[in-house]
Design a binder for this molecule. Structure first.
Ligand code: HEC
Length: 147
């Protein structure tokens, strides 16, 4: 009997040796998603989204239009018409960082028309800025206007 016990023990310690590093590594693996999401800002709160809609309605709509088509009342008089945010090519070519920069620092800061005014107050409101960007992105998802 004793002769069989020995290899059994060896097998058991081999299993422990195989599992032990996993036990050490898996908590680190569990941490990875937490580390990755630490960089990403949290999704904008409902309050931030509401404020973004207010800012859009008060400031942006005059040039960019209610659905972001670049057809606001003030746009007609501009030498450079605002882009249509519904244009998939524009959406694809424009990064989130560029949208944020255009909004905060103005069109000239991203090599566009200086008629796109800066909104420096949004620099201290990252949630509202992110919600505004989401709003601009969402204009692409709406059905094309029937005209
Ligand atoms: C006075 C008119 C005017 C107002 C007000 C205005 N914009 Fe613009 N915006 C423009 C024009 C014109 C352009 C296009 C510039 C170009 O293509 O050279 C533009 C471009 C942009 C772009 C695209 C930048 C790019 O890289 O293509 C974004 C994003 C934008 N506006 C967001 C906003 C937001 C958000 C607001 C409100 C906070 C706002 N704009 C207010 C005129 C305006």
């Amino acid at each position: 009997m004793a002769r069989f016990r020995f290899p059994l023990r060896r097998a058991a310690s081999a299993v422990v040796a195989a599992v032990a590093p996993l036990a050490l590594v898996s908590p680190a693996l569990l941490l990875l998603p937490a580390l990755a999401s630490a960089d990403a800002p949290p999704a904008p709160s409902e309050a931030a989204r509401a404020e973004a809609r207010e800012v859009y309605a008060a400031v942006c709509v005059s040039c960019h239009g209610p659905a972001g088509r670049g057809d606001g009342l003030a746009a007609a008089g501009l030498p450079v018409r605002p882009v249509s945010f519904a244009d998939p090519a524009w959406q694809k070519a424009t990064s989130d960082a560029q949208i944020d920069k255009a909004i905060v620092d103005g069109g000239a800061a991203v090599g566009k028309s200086p008629l796109m005014p800066p909104n420096p107050s949004l620099r201290d409101k990252p949630q509202v800025l992110a919600a505004l960007r989401d709003l601009i992105r969402s204009f692409a998802k709406e059905a094309p206007a029937a005209r």
